[in-house]
Design a protein around this ligand. Structure first.
Ligand code: SF4
Length: 310
């Protein structure tokens, strides 16, 4: 899960070739932003603009839940916050509540959390209670089904690598574990719905985010990634694969190719909209003519297609 680029220096582990030239702007990018570009270049452009982000990207119950669960799990696996002997379900619940409220170990987030909760729930305490309960249930299942004695190599940490002369690839990776034989395991928590059977089968071939994380970890830690997985917390379902050399090489090639396109688009300021079924959930729909027109057509069409059983 990527949250925003951290301040600080660039880890150039895995860098190759001469130092960056200054005739092209350097770019730092997350796998999730690359996915956004592939889905719709215009959405990518909007989402890189801090003013538009502030104005249009609002929190939601899903976001509050997802962030609090991620934060709670990070603190749970952080020995400085939760010593091994204190890893109980009650502790995990307390961490979720603290993360939700922006207090305790998460007090640095107090203002951000207050705003996120207001945007997501307004005055609706019952809705907030239901979503909070959902978070507790997710953690209950996690506690029941996962190995909670593991000491991750890193949890919810930023990692980055130089992808090309002009591009640094970064990502906040939920968890990296080291197996006894020294190989690494990359885990990305998901609080949403799992993919269909068909989409699961295509993850190793088509999903760029997980493959990018595997590449990043392989290069940064100079180690073999035994497995990279999405862990769907709500369904206790793990979907992943072993990223072999072929997959890593192809991922690097794909990332290079897409980042080259993004750099060219940035230079020419050409980000065409590509209206698609996700427009209805796009934060920028109110300012996107193409997306709005597509949405209107879709809604008009759907009225004709509804097959009522009465
Ligand atoms: S509304 Fe649709 S077309 Fe417009 S930016 Fe969003 S995803 Fe792209």
């Amino acid at each position: 899960m990527d949250g925003g680029y951290p301040a600080g220096g660039t880890d150039t582990a895995g860098a190759s070739g001469p130092p960056a030239r200054y005739d092209r702007p350097a770019m730092k990018i997350f796998p999730t932003q690359i996915e956004t570009y592939l889905n719709c270049p215009r959405k990518y452009q909007y989402s890189r603009d801090p003013d538009l982000r502030r104005k249009y990207m609002k929190s939601s119950p899903h976001l509050v839940l997802g962030n609090a669960v991620h934060d709670a799990l990070q603190a749970f696996f952080d020995l400085a916050t939760t010593p091994l002997g204190e890893r109980t379900y009650e502790k995990l619940c307390a961490l979720l509540r603290d993360a939700w409220a922006g207090r305790g170990a998460f007090r640095r987030n107090a203002w951000k959390q207050k705003q996120a909760r207001e945007e997501a729930f307004g005055e609706d305490r019952e809705a907030e209670k239901a979503w909070g309960q959902k978070g507790l249930n997710i953690l209950y299942r996690f506690f029941q089904t996962q190995d909670t004695s593991v000491v991750p190599l890193t949890a919810e940490q930023f990692h980055e690598m130089r992808l090309t002369e002009h591009v640094t690839l970064g990502g906040k990776i939920d968890r990296i574990d080291r197996l006894e034989d020294g190989r690494l395991v990359v885990i990305d928590y998901k609080t949403g719905k799992p993919p269909s059977e068909r989409d699961r089968a295509r993850i190793a071939d088509e999903d760029l985010q997980l493959a990018a994380y595997a590449l990043l970890v392989t290069r940064k830690f100079r180690g073999e990634v035994a497995r990279c997985s999405y862990l769907y917390l709500n369904d206790e379902l793990e979907v992943g694969y072993a990223p072999d050399e072929r997959i890593l090489a192809r991922t690097e090639e794909r990332l290079n190719e897409v980042c080259g396109r993004i750099l060219s688009a940035t230079e020419s300021e050409t980000f065409e909209p590509t209206p698609n079924p996700l427009c209805g959930w796009c934060d920028f729909l109110p300012i996107c003519e193409a997306g709005s027109a597509y949405q209107r057509e879709r809604e008009a069409g759907s009225g004709e297609q509804v097959d009522l059983p009465f």
